[in-house]
Design a protein around this ligand. Structure first.
Ligand code: UDP
Length: 310
């Protein structure tokens, strides 16, 4: 039986990856400190170790080492800059060492934030980014960029099989939805279902492209299992670029809400546009996103309605 180690396996994305690995008869070990979780969602068939990834030691040899542990929500990571950095410096180094000793395939979930406030759209992997090295978001975007450098150093120095993905705004059921932590989609849905004001930061003209979680799982699995993907850095995202204002209106319509849009102060250093160029991932993995934003929002709305009894 192949063995897979997943850091952050209790999180939104991690829990889906655990399920996928278990369905494929992998033996799964999860290391997670539950720092961004409200509840445990690691499947019971997986071995669960509650620890920060920086402090995890093991003599087990794994076939796959996946480093997912991160604090990806801007409102959360700007309040916790040091632990955000820890999972991307010490944490990445620790996971790389485990992979090196095992001779494992190593995968890192980087982020579209490595591109900062991009000047080229849609963004190809070859774009180096436009990032403030000491700005409010640097604890996340710069530490993710550092991780990528560390991973490439392991590849160059030890010949480790490494794969780096850059997901673009993944959403869907199980994304943390409480007001403080919530990313834009779960927050707007929650507000709309309660007929509360929809809080758009700034003029709402900033854009994102959103990827539904099942598409992310499919792409990730293909990326892990396809040997032609060894050493690649791939964007994983969806085509449609939408403004935050349009997103707010779409969610109001889909929930038949009486909510009104209110404009709050812009977030500091909020990227103005973000859209994925997915030419490479389509070509190399023969993968296409299947779930449209409309359909994905409906699934997410239904999940939240049920969860919160709304
Ligand atoms: N946003 C917003 N209102 C909110 C939360 C987020 O207008 O209550 C906007 C935010 O300014 C950003 C976009 O939604 O432009 C995406 O924010 P999120 O926190 O989901 O992630 P990001 O893509 O910035 O990492």
């Amino acid at each position: 039986m192949s063995k897979m180690l997943i850091s952050g396996g209790n999180g939104f994305l991690g829990s889906y990856l655990c399920e996928k690995a278990l369905d494929n008869d992998f033996e799964v070990t999860v290391v997670d400190n539950l720092s961004t979780s409200k509840e445990r969602q690691v499947p019971k068939e997986a071995t669960f170790v509650k620890k920060p990834i920086e402090k995890f030691n093991t003599n087990t040899r794994f076939d796959f080492v996946i480093h997912l542990a991160a604090r990806p929500s801007p409102e959360d990571y700007i309040k916790n800059p040091l632990s955000t950095i820890d999972s991307n410096d010490i944490g990445t180094r620790n996971m790389l060492e485990i992979a090196r000793k095992s001779g494992a395939t190593f995968m890192y979930t980087s982020t579209s934030e490595v591109y900062g406030d991009p000047k080229i759209l849609p963004i190809p992997e070859t774009y180096f980014g436009y990032v403030n090295p000491n700005g409010i978001r640097s604890c996340y975007d710069e530490s993710k960029r550092f991780s990528e450098a560390l991973i490439k150093a392991y590849e160059r120095q030890y010949g480790l099989d490494v794969r780096i993905q850059r997901p673009f705004n993944v959403y869907g059921p199980r994304i943390r939805e409480d007001g403080f932590y919530g990313r834009v989609i779960p927050r707007f849905i929650d507000q709309a279902l309660r007929n509360k004001s929809i809080t758009v930061h700034g003029d709402g003209k900033q854009t994102r492209s959103f990827l539904y979680v099942s598409d992310w799982v499919d792409a990730t699995w293909k990326f892990l299992m396809n040997n032609r993907a060894k050493g690649k850095v791939l964007n994983i995202g969806n085509y449609r670029e939408i403004s935050i204002l349009e997103l707010a209106e779409l969610i109001i319509n889909k929930t038949s809400s009486r909510s009104k849009i209110v404009h709050l102060q812009s977030r500091e250093e909020d990227p103005k546009r973000r859209a994925a160029d997915i030419t490479q991932v389509r070509k190399i993995l023969k993968w296409e996103p299947k779930i449209s934003l409309d359909r994905g929002l409906e699934y997410t709305i239904n999940w939240l309605k049920e969860k919160k009894n709304l």
